[in-house]
Write a protein that binds this ligand. Structure first.
Ligand code: GLP
Length: 258
């Protein structure tokens, strides 16, 4: 796992955007998009590069990670609407190639299987953007999720529902969701996880330095051959080997002529 510690949230957005841009400029890319506040700086930076530096997503396809059960695509708080608002509507990625699980499908289990197959049929995700929950979840794979799980219906943890209650003022956070599984996410060719702030420091430590364990679902990235974790100083603050990561990063940057 490559750990990059940045000086500010802005720098986190820019480092993560560099990695995504490099892949997008290589040719038609299948992007895995995450919602949540963590990657929003990355999306802002990609939008800026689209507007000012001719970074085009016209050949790209995108799959989102997860969706609340029961919400139609056009619901204000569906992840489909969120990712459009935060990213897709501001770049030239064709809307027909934004693929999200349908949270209002009549048969949610069948929808999960369909979605997992659609990812496979597209040739898999080239580059998956991820955030991390304070309880170590990625997507909506809550603690104890199987490390080999596929896209499926999942019950949201109480902590996740409280974290996300701010988006449902006066309403209930759904109890269920559809999420790509940890096995699905692991198949992405490359993974870039961004984490910001002190409330993610414990989860980041468990992910990077703890054992690979279903209790910290993000730790599955230790098994991924091309996973990069981009952190601000607060999110990195509990890492035991912080000096080592900084030195490795300096040497790596030198090698790449940064
Ligand atoms: C949500 C999403 C995750 C996201 C996480 C953290 O529950 N399903 O994909 O990574 O929360 O969100 P935030 O980045 O807003 O802290």
């Amino acid at each position: 796992m490559q750990v990059i510690i940045c000086e500010s949230p802005e720098q986190v957005g820019s480092r993560a955007a560099d990695i995504i841009e490099a892949r997008v400029r290589q040719g038609p890319a299948v992007l895995g998009l995450a919602t949540g506040s963590s990657p929003s700086g990355t999306y802002r930076e990609l939008i800026r590069r689209h507007r000012e530096e001719q970074l085009s997503f016209s050949d790209a396809t995108a799959f989102t990670l997860d969706e609340y059960a029961g919400l139609p695509l056009d619901h204000d708080q569906s992840y489909h609407s969120t990712i459009r608002r935060e990213f897709v509507d501001h770049v030239d990625l064709p809307l027909s190639r934004l693929l999200t699980p349908h949270g209002d499908a009549e048969d949610l289990r069948a929808e999960a299987v369909r979605y997992d197959e659609a990812i496979r049929e597209a040739g898999g995700v080239d580059i998956q953007i991820l955030g991390i929950g304070a309880n170590g979840h990625i997507g909506f794979n809550e603690p104890t999720s199987s490390l080999n799980s596929r896209t499926r219906v999942k019950t949201l943890a109480g902590a996740t529902r409280s974290d996300n209650a701010r988006f449902f003022p006066g309403g209930e956070v759904p109890q269920l969701c559809l999420t790509q599984g940890l096995g699905t996410i692991r198949e992405a060719h490359q993974a870039v996880l961004v984490a910001l702030g002190a409330n993610k420091a414990g989860a980041v430590r468990a992910m990077v330095e703890g054992p690979v364990s279903a209790f910290c679902p993000a730790s599955v990235l230790q098994l991924h051959p091309r996973a990069v974790v981009v952190l601000d100083p607060e999110a990195a603050s509990q890492l035991q080997l912080i000096d080592y990561y900084r030195r490795a990063q300096e040497l790596n940057d030198k090698l790449l002529g940064r």
